[in-house]
Design a protein around this ligand. Structure first.
Ligand SMILES: [Zn+2]
Length: 163
């Protein structure tokens, strides 16, 4: 199935491939070389919209520390990530009304992992995932621009960041 994304805007967001060692560390450090789609930040973790979303509302939760694998995560960080996951499921449900979620890690080179900094994907799933026909038929309003998704979620995550 072919998802409709606003490729012009995505290209704008992506820009040139940033010259940084780790894109998640760069988001943490607010490196101007990286377009941040951060929506929440706690004492140890960050929630960010995915730059290459599989579906509207696709986010990542990751520890601020550059932890390559799950075995390096502290208990406190693991708990914080779980707390953020719980909040994210609630917020994404209210904002996008998905019918389900895929949640998980890609661990190791055989998994398709592309960033050497542990992160958890939260991918909302929709009953009839959005194709061109839905859009052409005007049966759905699609939020596809990661920046717009980020702006919408940022407001929702204010309480999470503050706590
Ligand atoms: Zn990193």
């Amino acid at each position: 199935m072919d998802y409709l994304f606003n490729t012009e805007k995505i290209r704008y967001v992506k820009g040139e491939k940033p010259r940084v060692d780790c894109i998640l560390c760069a988001i943490r450090d607010r490196d101007p070389a990286v377009k941040s789609l951060e929506v929440a930040r706690t004492s140890s973790c960050i929630v960010s919209v995915n730059l290459y979303p599989f579906n509207p509302g696709h986010i990542m939760i990751f520890p601020m520390r550059h932890v390559p694998g799950i075995e390096g995560l502290s208990d406190d960080e693991a708990l914080e990530m779980h707390r953020l996951l719980r909040a994210s499921i609630g917020i994404l449900t209210e904002e996008f009304s998905p019918s389900g979620f895929n949640v998980g890690y890609n661990l190791g080179s055989g998994s398709g992992a592309s960033i050497p900094h542990l992160h958890q994907h939260v991918v909302p799933r929709y009953e009839n995932e959005i194709g061109y026909l839905d859009v052409l038929a005007g049966t759905r309003v699609v939020v596809t621009d990661p920046v717009e998704v980020m702006e919408r979620l940022k407001k929702r995550f204010l309480d999470v960041s503050a706590s």
